[in-house]
Design a protein around this ligand. Structure first.
Ligand code: TXA
Ligand code: MG
Length: 352
């Protein structure tokens, strides 16, 4: 089993960080908390160490990794050229849950970027992540520390459940605060393209850029392999997830009807719902996990993966969920729900 080091999320003990950093430098795999989700880190400049990440996660070689840095000033270590727009965005959002796609520096091994000539770069704000990267003194390649295709981990227990022996060290600093992965923005294109909604709301990026941001479709043209974060099914729990994607009143009614139908067939049902819905779903023999108040997408994001894993652990036959208002982190929450869903039911559009 990996060594698990408990660390204070705000003030990690320097001695513990130094031990983990030493293992990173020596080619080991260290799982660590970021503000979004736990990452599975390796020295980004060590091709063999990076190969171990792909093996540990059973991740296909075509899916490139994010390189994590301690400071924006270090970007020249991994990017060939840094567009002005990147510096402007980092002035506002670094450190934080924003990943920028930049032209790659030749020094970065090709397995990090899956052969692309671009590299994904992020400067995390979690004190443990920052301390680890700083102490290691190298850029740290880190995908989410889950098995490929599973729900991203927001606790050290999630990491251990998915990766166990494949990791050398796990730094356990408790649950991660943001709960969904970073926003990925491709700034090699003009205007910039949103590849994945995440911890920084698109509205905040648009306010700084003073222009609207294009969203990549599910399969952007000209991509030889499935593109970043656009694999149609990802982040999936191991139990079928039925997603009701439409107005709240419609979704609630449909969820109640569907739950009743499934239960009539002797199947056990779980629901993942805002607080406001809890009364409605109570006393019906359902497992209920609450995402917090309907209008608080930040709390929903923080609880989403925790909820999917908690319900999955109870092994119901189906999980039912509905989308949230698509503002702020609601966009990222809905994106993850749609990727996780095995069935998506949409409200019929009315014909005028
Ligand atoms: O919040 C996060 O971003 C977390 C924490 C650990 O930092 N990391 C994370 O990594 O979510 P991962 O590997 O699970 O997702 C990274 C996404 C992938 O979908 C990958 O395809 C995309 O970033 N990506 C990486 N390099 C890219 C590149 N050069 N061009 C386009 N997309 C890229
Ligand atoms: Mg991932």
């Amino acid at each position: 089993m990996p060594q698990v080091f408990a660390v204070d999320p705000q003030h990690p003990a320097p001695g513990t960080i130094a031990r983990a950093a030493q293992i990173l430098r020596a080619g080991g795999l260290v799982a660590f908390p970021t503000e979004t989700v736990y990452g599975l880190g390796a020295n980004a400049l060590d091709e063999a160490a990076v190969a171990r990440i792909f093996a540990a996660k059973e991740r296909p070689a075509y899916d490139p990794l994010i390189v994590h840095l301690a400071r924006p000033e270090d970007v020249d270590q991994v990017a060939g050229e840094v567009p002005e727009v990147a510096r402007r965005l980092w002035a506002h959002f670094a450190p934080g849950p924003l990943t920028l796609i930049l032209p790659k520096h030749p020094r970065v091994p090709t397995n990090v970027t899956a052969g692309r000539d671009t590299v994904a770069v992020r400067i995390p704000s979690h004190p443990v992540a920052r301390a680890l990267i700083q102490a290691a003194g190298v850029p740290v390649a880190a995908p989410s520390a889950n098995r490929f295709g599973h729900v991203s981990p927001t606790t050290a227990q999630h990491v251990l459940a998915d990766l166990g022996d494949a990791v050398d060290v796990v730094l356990d600093a408790g649950p991660t605060p943001v709960g969904v992965e970073s926003t990925i923005l491709d700034v090699t294109q003009d205007p910039p393209v949103l590849l994945r909604p995440g911890g920084v709301p698109v509205e905040a990026l648009e306010a700084v850029l003073g222009r609207s941001i294009r969203r990549a479709g599910p399969h952007p043209e000209g991509q030889p392999a499935p593109a970043p974060g656009t694999l149609p099914r990802h982040y999936a729990p191991r139990v079928p997830l039925w997603l009701f994607d439409g107005p709240p009143d419609w979704a609630r009614t449909m969820m109640l009807d569907t739950a009743a139908l499934l239960q009539q067939q002797g199947l056990s049902v779980a629901v993942l719902v805002p607080d406001e819905d809890r009364v409605l779903f109570a006393d019906r023999g359902l497992m209920v996990f609450s995402l917090g108040p309907e209008d608080d997408a930040t709390t929903a994001a923080a609880r989403l993966f925790q909820g999917l894993r908690a319900l999955e652990a109870q092994a119901p036959h189906a999980i039912l969920a509905r989308t949230l208002p698509e503002q702020g982190l609601g966009l990222a929450v809905n994106d993850r729900l749609r990727r996780a869903a095995t069935h998506i039911l949409r409200a019929a559009t009315r014909i005028a």
